[in-house]
Design a protein around this ligand. Structure first.
Ligand code: DAH
Length: 345
């Protein structure tokens, strides 16, 4: 009769020395297979005296369970190791360069910002970046919008929970930040994200603005007009951009104007500017501007008797739509690969 203890210790020493799945399978067949050592024990049952059968049967069952359990654990161990090895082999290095050199493109919004930087850089403007998370003072109060000012309601502001901070509603906050920490003469351009609680076909809760301003002695609206015309002709790569200044209101400028640009429709597409005798006969609003309000200068410790300034703010998405013929504002933010491939640079 086989000694169960010897069999078990045999098994234990084999299983603790097992190196791989094949060896494990050999051990399994050797002990649990049809002719395996454990299976054979059951055929010995008939030789056991009747009164011991029950106890012997229970012992073999127990032995078989122990052996089965240890084999299963070892099998799991080898399978996990195999899987890990496979995963390491398949690991993708997301920082590796792509094989296709044309795979990445510049988003049209970034392209417009690069073009603006080029044009205004050449004019000697500094570039400033205000914070996107802003306080009430820099976004409103210093821009001549005290606490009860009705223009505040029109801005659909996102406020941060449990704090006095907000998401800036316009890039005009950069005017304040720049003027507070430097002295005129100033020629500054600021580009960046702005946020408003507004979402439909023509509004997205996040969009981009470009703010430009100049503060110096003897600055007037003629400087503003030249700057805008020069910029728009360069940006749209056309001659004869005609601008229409419509009187308007902004708390931070006085006088204030909204500016319309001339355009025509050619082959179903918007065309800006044109030759002298084929100037577009239609006008569309593209920006807000004005002479910086003396209160704003004084809020920034700039002597408004000595210095004047002009300022303007333009929506960057609007510029991109006009230049590239993009018809739906929301396409900018969906990151559809087809859009990026088509309109990217
Ligand atoms: N901050 C204005 C807005 O978001 C745009 C604007 C208008 C900016 C006139 C200016 C300005 O600098 O002079 O609606």
């Amino acid at each position: 009769m086989t000694n169960l203890e010897t069999l078990l210790s045999d098994f234990n020493s084999q299983i603790s020395a097992v190196q791989n799945k094949q060896q494990l399978e050999e051990i399994r067949v050797n002990f649990l297979g049809k002719k395996g050592l454990v299976t054979e024990l059951f055929s010995q049952l008939k030789n056991v005296p009747n009164e011991e059968k029950k106890a012997f049967g229970a012992k073999i069952n127990q032995l078989r369970d122990q052996v089965t359990q240890k084999i299963d654990i070892a099998k799991d161990h080898f399978e996990n190791a195999e899987l890990n090895e496979k995963l390491i082999g398949e690991k993708i290095d997301v920082s590796a360069p792509t094989r296709k050199s044309s795979a990445g493109k510049i988003h049209p919004i970034n392209q417009v910002m690069l073009e603006i930087e080029e044009i205004f850089g050449a004019l000697g403007f500094d570039f400033a970046k205000g914070p996107e998370i802003e306080d009430d003072f820099h976004n409103f109060t210093a821009l001549n919008m005290p606490a009860d000012h009705p223009a505040r309601q029109m801005q659909d502001t996102f406020y941060l929970k449990n704090s006095d901070l907000l998401l800036r509603t316009h890039t005009s906050n950069t005017q304040i930040r720049k003027m507070l920490n430097s002295q005129p003469p100033l020629k500054v351009a600021a580009l960046g994200r702005v946020f408003r609680r507004d979402s439909d076909q023509t509004h997205t809760p996040m969009f981009h603005q470009f703010e430009g301003f100049v503060v110096d002695e003897n600055i007037n609206m003629g400087h503003l007009k030249w700057t805008l015309e020069n910029f728009l002709e360069k940006f749209f790569e056309v001659k004869n951009v005609e601008l229409r200044f419509r009187p308007s209101f902004f708390p931070f400028t006085e006088p204030s104007a909204e500016v319309d640009i001339n355009y025509s429709i050619e082959n179903g597409r918007i065309k800006i500017g044109g030759s002298k005798n084929s100037l577009g006969d239609r006008f569309m609003e593209i920006l807000g501007c004005g002479m910086i309000h003396p209160n704003v200068l004084e809020n920034c410790k700039i002597d408004s008797k000595k210095y004047q300034g002009f300022a303007f703010g333009i929506g960057i998405e609007r510029l991109a739509m006009l230049k590239y013929g993009i018809t739906d504002l929301r396409m900018f933010f969906e990151n559809d690969a087809r859009f990026l491939n088509h309109f990217g640079f």
